[in-house]
Ligand binder design. Structure first.
Ligand SMILES: [Fe+2]
Length: 152
């Protein structure tokens, strides 16, 4: 994990990494859209606003919200454009469903294979691809600059 190389916000990144999919918990599934359900739950229990926003918008959730007609609801939460966000997205999009490392390209292919073609994840995948790719590129560029991978 490269959070240790962050001068600030390492705790925030770790918390977001642990919690970004909390909305999958059945008892939290109010809308069935896990970034929104997770963010609403975290907000209800008093989590910091930045953590809530990172969960709400993780991994191009805005593209999925658009397909689901939940974009207004998701926009209640701030979508910060920071290194922390990019590193969270990179982590999510280079890790498989059982925690196995994979490349971004492999992860996108894995999503297409795992979900039915009419699922919102697949239907929104291309719309969110530029956002995802840019976040991955920025995060990877930062990692390369700080040499964090050598520390893992
Ligand atoms: Fe997720």
């Amino acid at each position: 994990m490269f959070a240790g190389a962050l001068p600030t916000d390492a705790d925030l990144l770790l918390a977001a990494a642990w919690l970004h999919d909390v909305g999958y918990a059945p008892e939290l599934a109010a809308t069935g859209f896990h970034p929104l359900d997770g963010a609403r739950h975290l907000e209800e229990i008093g989590a910091p606003a930045r953590l809530v926003g990172l969960v709400a918008h993780h991994s191009a959730a805005a593209a999925e919200a658009g397909v689901l007609g939940l974009d207004v609801e998701l926009q209640e939460f701030e979508n910060e454009k920071t290194l922390v966000r990019d590193l969270l997205w990179l982590s999510d999009m280079t890790t498989g469903p059982t925690g196995q490392p994979m490349t971004f390209v492999e992860r996108m292919a894995e999503l297409r294979e795992r979900y039915p073609a009419d699922h919102y994840v697949v239907r929104s995948l291309e719309a969110g691809m530029p956002m995802r790719q840019q976040a991955v590129d920025r995060a990877q560029g930062w990692i390369n600059r700080v040499g964090a991978l050598a520390q893992v």
